[in-house]
Write a protein that binds this ligand. Structure first.
Ligand code: PMP
Length: 431
């Protein structure tokens, strides 16, 4: 049965647009890049998600990463239910925050200290402020096509929904002054990084990177690239920051830094660290983190930071991940099956497509590739992606509603869903 009944979603979308810009609280949800009605979601359970018209989908978004254990994981749910009985927020210190801090410091190689915030955006913004406070320098290097949230200085050549929105990567409302300290290098291109260091050597506070890029679609770092970044930062006494909002606790319990064996000075997390509650975190070397108020002079605060309910959900999810390596084995095996299967399909169909993947995240690009950076990702045929997306959605697979995003597999997925998705993809490619 096709999932093409969308009357209620359409009605809700029309109503939503009267009161909310574009009808959504985050641009990618508007499905602008794929030219179809955004589905209004009613509930999600395990590997499935259900819309307002009663359509059921295999969920390959998982709230853009947090739902690594599957939607509505019983353990996480129970932790939330138990915690809310004692109050939703105190704006004061709690023991749970220590449990969370200890847990992530054990799991994440670069963490000696951590500060909890409420989103990935806050985490990266605060990490950069801290790096600037620590070094006394003003400039930062980011990479074209990497997205680090929507703070002013990071909306420069950013990825994610900004790419899909018609090519101009910069946002209106970001002043030249805010953007002038953001230097951009090319992903996987050390020459471009070296040139910036030659020009601005003593002025670069930090290099921030998605260790596996996931906001220009999934793009893997070339062999040795992260290590070379580590070296150039060491030489220049620049703070290396891995933005692990997508890769953290997903590619390995200790994130990409554990997987690739390269330890940054700082790292940022979001989404997954809160099990679905609004949470982010930044942390790193003690010497750097002790620059943060009230110990140091870098100001950063948050009324709801370390919120008890969010901490309870996050602690439960991360403990689960830490204690059950079989979760990684499961999602990575399914990743191999799904992305390997898609690669096989496009090869058989002789389609001009490339599949990039690592573990449970991946992207099918509608370009012959290889896709190694922002420029090669942008060669994708977006109209074809839109058609593919619509076909898959109508057949019950809920993919990322834009080419330049990742797909996510959870521990609740099984081979059955992967097989169905692959069968439907094969039909799209006429094989
Ligand atoms: N960094 C990365 C790598 C991300 O993918 C995102 C969100 N997709 C962010 C930062 C921003 O996180 P948030 O949406 O929670 O502010």
């Amino acid at each position: 049965m096709l999932n093409s009944k969308t009357d209620k979603s359409e009605r809700l979308f029309t109503e939503a647009k009267k009161y909310i810009p574009g009808g959504v609280n985050s641009p990618a949800r508007a499905f602008q890049a794929v030219g179809t009605t955004p589905r209004f979601i009613e509930k999600a359970d395990a590997q499935f998600i259900y819309d307002a018209d009663g359509n059921k989908y295999i969920d390959y978004i998982g709230s853009w990463g947090p739902m690594i254990l599957g939607n509505n994981n019983p353990g996480v749910l129970k932790a939330v239910q138990e915690t809310i009985l004692n109050g939703l927020s105190f704006g004061a210190a709690t023991e749970r925050e220590i449990t969370m801090a200890k847990l992530v410091c054990e799991m994440v190689p670069c963490f000696e200290m951590v500060r909890m915030v409420n989103s990935g955006t806050e985490a990266t913004m605060s990490a950069l402020r801290t790096a600037r406070g620590y070094t006394g320098r003003s400039k930062i290097i980011k990479f074209e096509g990497c997205y680090h949230g929507h703070s002013d200085g990071l909306l420069v050549k950013a990825g994610s929904a900004l790419i899909a929105e018609g090519g101009s990567p910069d946002s209106a409302g970001v002043t030249e002054n805010c953007a002038k300290d953001t230097l951009t290098a090319k992903y996987n291109d050390m020459d471009s990084v070296e040139k910036l260091f030659q020009e601005y050597r003593d002025d670069i506070a930090a290099v921030i990177i998605e260790p596996v890029a996931a906001n220009m679609g999934v793009v893997l770092p070339k062999d040795g690239f992260l290590k070379q970044l580590r070296e150039i930062c060491d030489i220049n006494k620049t703070v290396l920051i891995f933005d692990e909002v997508i890769t953290g606790f997903r590619l390995a319990p200790g994130g990409a830094q554990e997987l690739f064996g390269v330890t940054p000075d700082m790292a940022t997390f979001g989404k997954i660290i809160g099990g679905g509650m609004p949470v982010g975190a930044y942390g790193g070397k003690r010497e750097i983190m002790e620059c943060v108020a009230p110990v140091g002079k870098v100001y950063q605060a948050g009324t709801l930071s370390g919120n008890p309910v969010a901490m309870a959900a996050g602690i439960m999810q991360l403990t689960n991940l830490k204690e059950n390596p079989d979760i990684y084995e499961h999602i990575n095996t399914l990743g191999e099956k799904l992305y390997g299967g898609l690669a096989e399909i496009v090869k058989t169909a002789k389609a001009d497509c490339t599949v990039n993947h690592i573990g449970s995240i991946g992207t099918l690009f509608f370009t012959g590739g290889p896709v190694t950076d922002y420029i090669s990702a942008r060669k994708s045929d977006l109209k074809q992606y839109a058609k593919y997306f619509q076909h898959m959605l109508n057949n019950g697979s809920y993919f990322a509603p834009a080419q330049f995003e990742a797909m996510f597999i959870s521990n609740a997925h099984t081979e059955l869903e992967i097989k169905k998705t692959l069968d439907d993809a094969a039909k799209f490619f006429n094989i």
